[in-house]
Write a protein that binds this ligand. Structure first.
Ligand code: ADP
Length: 172
């Protein structure tokens, strides 16, 4: 395959923290595209649990076995991030019908902003479709003694310890 026909996709999100659902999309995306860049969004309006560098380290760790996956932080519009990398695809995961509504609007807007970039949707795997970073933060902070055990079904193993220590710091 020549360099010009390389299929490069970006998969952006907050990943605060990265979940088994995110990792599933990353793995499937890595099989579909020659190169996949995971973009950790820096949004000054949001107060994330993990700072961007910590999220970058967590995603890098859980995707370390995927040679065609890179991870980077970015600020600003997703289409500008994709364009700066020479990527032509925005990869998104959809879990629910309500996700689709929002994603549809976002995809149309991004297409107006950058018509050469296409959005590709992957349906969430059935076993991960209920997982969200918000829910995971609640399990970690409200689950008490059971939290670590419960988190195994929601986040990659490497995320559990950093997540629990972050939550403990916050509640101190
Ligand atoms: P944000 O909601 O801030 O955009 P997220 O990190 O929550 O960022 O999600 C990034 C992308 O991953 C979105 O396309 C979202 O729909 C998708 N996603 C989130 N959780 C799952 C999941 N459990 N299964 C499949 N896709 C998911």
């Amino acid at each position: 395959m020549t360099a010009t026909s390389t299929r490069h996709a970006v998969y952006v999100g907050s990943f605060d923290p990265p979940t088994l659902g995110h990792l599933d999309i990353i793995r499937r995306g890595a099989r579909l595209f020659d190169k996949l860049t995971v973009g950790i969004g820096i949004n000054p309006d949001k107060k994330p649990l993990f700072d961007p560098q910590e999220r970058l380290e967590l995603v890098s760790k859980i995707a370390a076995d995927l040679p065609n996956v890179e991870v980077a932080c970015f600020e600003g519009l997703t289409v500008n991030f994709a364009t700066s990398l020479g990527a032509s695809v925005l990869l998104r995961g959809v879990r629910t019908v309500s996700d689709i509504e929002m994603e549809f609007t976002m995809a149309l807007t991004n297409h107006v902003l950058a018509s050469t970039i296409e959005t590709v949707f992957l349906m969430a795997s059935e076993k991960y479709s209920h997982i969200s970073s918000t829910l995971i933060k609640q399990i970690a902070s409200l689950g008490r003694d059971q939290a670590e055990k419960n988190l195994k079904d929601f986040v990659p193993k490497a995320v559990i310890k950093p997540l629990m220590s972050k939550v403990r710091q916050r509640t101190r």
